[in-house]
Design a binder for this molecule. Structure first.
Ligand code: ANZ
Ligand code: ZN
Length: 806
């Protein structure tokens, strides 16, 4: 073969690799460390788009790099195959969700195999198959026994016309996506996981994780720890009081009214004293039509109704104040009641203006503070009697102590995190392994009877009244109480699919075990996961749930670690050729299958890696792909110059060793783009030579191997003709000689608006971004850029950087 013809070599090597079992690691290999490398498994949509390819190609580069570094790498794959789309497709096309899903799995598997990834397919995990969901059910029961599962009423989105529960995504502008009826909030009984038991640990644990900061911050905000004080406001003439939660007790002298959330049950208990109940009721009804997000939206005009007939007393100054209900206060945060300080809380401020309520300043605001805004910052107290002159932080402690002594205040911590509602009134999910006995109440199914199989049914439409389609099957519902042996009724709700994906990483270590969820020995050999790769859209829910499951599995004695994923990396997003997110409706979708047919998997893989830093993504351009085609051909053609007769020249040796260092570091940091550019430079240097030493070429192939596995394996084997088979991926990663790597430094000139303001010694080849970050930190720059906005940054490579302000 004299020309590079990817179509001929790719299938061949994929077959050989799989026959050789190259990617099926033993649990233990002498002299090798285990490395568990995991990519988030996809939903079985039936089609891999370019974004998947981007994700899996980059992840595969890293896995192959780890293999060549001598690790015993586990890189499994599976499918998150329960969920609504299958069910909707079934309803629409009169299919069975199972057939639809299994067909999609077949399609996606063959697409995935064409990438040439290192997945150990013998460990495939598919969440909708009974051999998997048996263990999902088993875990549910263990959590139940541990007290981590309970049943309770919670508000959900409800379409009164379809008579069904809607997921948040199915509510569009407050209306049902299907029939455009206004959605209301309805109380329904659910199964919940007590994730809030772990709120503090989930927060603390973030500190020890090597995760993107942004993701950690998002989790932190989601958990939403808030340290504050609960204060009780007595009701005038009643033996009752209203308790509020505040983080700003330093502002208590500025409270001019209280607000109760419309759903607060306290209202019912005060009903007999309330003089305008019908008016309140009307408002309460209206509030039900809004989702939580709409209610707390900043730009919404504030609304509410005063509760006539009752008043509260501010415990700090004994002033009588009115009480309102308003939807900007949420029922299930804090105590569901707030003390309103219009001078220092913007929402209260807006509300007070509408209702002509007094606005009393109790914190000194900066001199130039606009009149139209509440000053929410901290400061010195005024209008606060004996606390005047204190700073906010001191005042908080003092006032809390003072009211605490009178039993009117106590310190508390609230979390925004809510318990996890896991029941869904849907068919295509893991059946919840519980039965209801009229005599014994809810009972977990006996473990011997697992799995509770999801039976085939005929009609997948949801049932009016908010029941899963499973409730149509009397056969399914008929059960025997595991406790008393009497007749019982099986739960027909299924589990949220996030439950399935909360523990799949554990099953990969022992996927075919039908005696236990996984053997302890295997768990010990592989877990926790060393590197986890997947989309940033999972920053909160999936990752938080998986962390919760890990802690819960630890507490039932299954595992002895607390965090599932030690290191996390998010891939960026690939935009269509027009710079927009690829979508069918825009018509800018690039089909990876066609590209592979035409250019080969290696070209597509390596171009995706070349587009930008892995975590940033980039814009797909056919021209860029063509560049990669040419590059790979040049690598192929370079072979003609290779000879074993000569050894490395000094200059080639130097650049080779520098490239080894750079490529190794770049792959470790997921900077595949710059690793590939370095390799392109290396090839260009080699092309200048009349002859290329074989040792050089083999090292080049190894450095390229993670990106273009088929091409490099093919070329590599041509040099090993008469020997026993040894894959390039069984070779070790090239190492560099430190003495050959003195980094070159130069003096970078730093300018602001064209005037030289500083200079700094930096590495040659420093990128614009790096240079910018580095120079902005220079002490002098603070002075020159103070109060200025940087408009443009001009960077002249290996010379200067100039900040232009506007
Ligand atoms: C008085 C006050 C004065 C407040 C002030 C803020 C500023 P985080 O930090 O998010 O926990 N709050 C309490 N419960 C609420 C509920 N159920 N719905 C809406 N808002 C609620 O926020 C705590 C603050 O949010 C509390 O402190 C309370 O308003 C409000 F100058 O109390 B604050
Ligand atoms: Zn019973």
């Amino acid at each position: 073969m004299d020309n590079y013809q990817p179509q001929e070599i790719e299938k061949k090597w994929q077959k050989i690799w799989s026959e050789q079992g190259l990617y099926q690691p033993q649990d233990k290999v002498e002299g090798k460390k285990n490395f568990y490398h995991l990519v988030m498994f996809p939903y079985t949509s039936g089609n891999l788009h370019l974004g998947h390819w981007y994700n899996y190609s980059g992840a595969d580069v890293y896995a192959r790099f780890k293999l060549m570094q001598g690790f015993n790498v586990l890189s499994p794959f599976g499918f998150d195959s329960f969920g609504l789309p299958a069910e909707n497709a079934a309803i629409k096309h009169h299919l069975n969700p199972r057939d639809w899903t299994e067909d999609n799995i077949k399609k996606m598997e063959s697409q995935l195999k064409s990438i040439g990834t290192v997945y150990d397919w013998s460990r495939e995990v598919i969440t909708s198959r009974p051999d998997y969901y048996k263990w999902t059910q088993w875990l549910f029961i263990q959590f139940y026994k541990k007290g981590l599962v309970y049943r309770s009423k919670r508000r959900v989105n409800w379409c009164p016309s379809c008579q069904t529960v809607l997921a948040n995504e199915q509510v569009v502008n407050g209306e049902c996506e299907r029939c455009q009826t206004p959605v209301i909030q309805k109380q329904i009984e659910h199964w919940l996981f007590k994730i809030t038991d772990y709120a503090e640990e989930l927060l603390e644990g973030l500190n020890n994780l090597d995760w993107p900061e942004r993701t950690k911050t998002m989790q932190k905000n989601w958990i939403g720890k808030s340290e504050g004080v609960e204060v009780s406001f007595p009701l005038v003439g009643l033996e009752k009081s209203l308790t509020v939660f505040t983080t700003r007790i330093d502002t208590i002298f500025g409270v001019t009214y209280l607000v109760v959330s419309p759903e607060n049950p306290i209202l019912e208990s005060l009903k007999s004293k309330i003089k305008n109940w019908p008016k309140l009721e009307e408002y309460i009804q209206k509030a039900q039509h809004q989702t939580e997000r709409e209610r707390i939206s900043q730009d919404k005009v504030k609304s509410g109704v005063e509760i006539k007939g009752i008043q509260a007393v501010n415990p700090a100054n004994q002033e009588k104040i009115p009480i309102f209900i308003a939807d900007y206060v949420l029922a299930d945060y804090g105590t569901g009641t707030v003390m309103a300080v219009p001078a220092h809380d913007q929402r209260d401020f807006e509300f007070a203006q509408i209702f002509h309520l007094p606005i009393k300043e109790v914190i000194v605001s900066p001199a130039d503070w606009p009149e139209s805004k509440a000053y929410e910052g901290e400061g010195i107290l005024l209008n606060s009697e004996k606390f005047n002159g204190l700073k906010s932080n001191i005042a908080r402690q003092e006032i809390q102590k003072w009211l605490g002594k009178k039993n009117q205040a106590k310190k508390t911590i609230h979390y925004k995190l809510r318990d996890w509602i896991v029941s869904r009134q849907r068919y295509w999910g893991t059946p919840i392994p519980m039965v209801y006995c009229p005599r014994c109440g809810w009972q977990p199914v006996s473990e011997k009877e697992l799995p509770v199989l999801l039976p085939p049914i005929n009609d997948y439409q949801p049932i009016k009244g908010g029941l899963s389609p499973l409730a149509r099957s009397t056969e399914f519902q008929t059960a025997i109480c595991p406790h008393c042996g009497g007749p019982a009724k099986r739960e027909t709700d299924t589990l949220d699919t996030f439950v399935d994906s909360s523990w799949y990483y554990l099953r990969y270590v022992d996927p075919h075990n039908d005696k236990s969820i996984a053997e302890p020995k295997k768990i010990k050999a592989w877990l926790p996961v060393n590197m986890y790769i997947g989309g940033a859209e999972h920053s909160v829910l999936h990752l938080l749930y998986a962390r919760f499951f890990t802690k819960a599995m630890r507490d039932i004695g299954l595992i002895d670690f607390s965090e599932p994923f030690l290191k996390l990396c998010h891939q960026g997003i690939i935009l269509g050729p027009d710079g927009y997110k690829m979508s069918k409706s825009r018509g800018n979708v690039v089909d990876p299958d066609e590209l592979v047919k035409k250019y080969g998997a290696d070209t597509v893989r390596s171009y995706l890696c070349f587009m930008g830093p892995f975590n940033e993504g980039g814009t797909w351009q056919l021209g860029g792909l063509a560049g990669l085609v040419r590059f790979l051909r040049r690598v192929w053609d370079l072979k003609k110059k290779v000879t074993s007769e000569i050894s490395l020249t000094e200059s080639l040796e130097k650049i080779l060793h520098r490239t080894i260092k750079k490529v190794s570091e770049d792959i470790e940091n997921f900077h595949f783009n710059t690793a590939l550019s370095a390799l392109m430079i290396l090839v260009r240097e080699a092309e200048k030579e009349k002859q290329v030493p074989q040792e050089f070429y083999l090292d080049l192939l190894k450095l390229l191997a993670p990106f273009v596995p088929h091409l490099t394996e093919e070329l590599y084997q041509q040099f090993r003709k008469d020997q026993d088979f040894k894959s390039i991926f069984q070779e070790s990663w090239p190492s560099y000689r430190p003495d050959l790597i003195q980094e070159d430094y130069f003096t970078l000139i730093v300018q602001v608006n064209g005037k030289v303001r500083d200079q700094v010694e930096v590495k040659r080849e420093i990128s614009a971004k790096e240079a910018e970050l580095l120079t902005l930190k220079l002490g002098k720059m603070e002075k020159w850029l103070k109060d200025k906005k940087i408009g443009k940054v001009i960077f002249v490579k290996d010379k200067l950087i100039n900040f232009v302000t506007n």
